[in-house]
Design a protein. Structure first.
Length: 143
């Protein structure tokens, strides 16, 4: 049986792709950019929203370590309180928009505000059919 890598939700990022990008929404009326693509503009309430690919790299605007499992619902939990491992969460400044994202590291000695970050698609959990659900995260840029 062949399994596939499937995005955790439709419309978050381009997939499959060798160069994945997050998908944001740009208001046709005022130019405001949001992530994920909103049904209407939070700045001017415009209803015309174009889907745009966001940059795959940016800078770490701020961060924290998630030290306990988030509430389910609304979050999909794949760990139990005993198997949970803390993870980094941050805001990545992509220029026109800041994106809240999971980070690939939870090491406070590695993370620093202003550091370059790059988009990664990472495994999340298997779905009921045995496919691998994938999500997006940001990693410190090497080099």
């Amino acid at each position: 049986m062949t399994t596939a890598s499937i995005p955790i939700a439709d419309g978050l990022f381009t997939w499959p792709s060798d160069d994945p990008k997050l998908l944001g929404g740009r208001c046709v009326n005022c130019g405001a950019v949001a992530f994920p693509v909103p049904p209407s503009c939070s700045r001017c309430a415009g209803q015309a929203i174009d889907t745009v690919e966001l940059p795959a790299s940016g800078t770490l605007w701020t961060w924290t370590i998630q030290g306990f499992p988030p509430k389910s619902p609304p979050y999909l939990l794949v760990e139990t309180p005993l198997s949970f491992k803390p993870y980094g969460v941050g805001y990545i400044d992509l220029g026109e928009v800041k994106v809240e994202a999971r980070l690939t590291t939870a090491d406070p000695a590695v993370l620093r505000i202003g550091m370059p970050m790059v988009l990664r698609i990472i495994p999340f959990a298997p779905d009921d059919a045995g496919n691998e659900l994938v999500t997006f995260a940001f990693a410190p840029q090497e080099g």
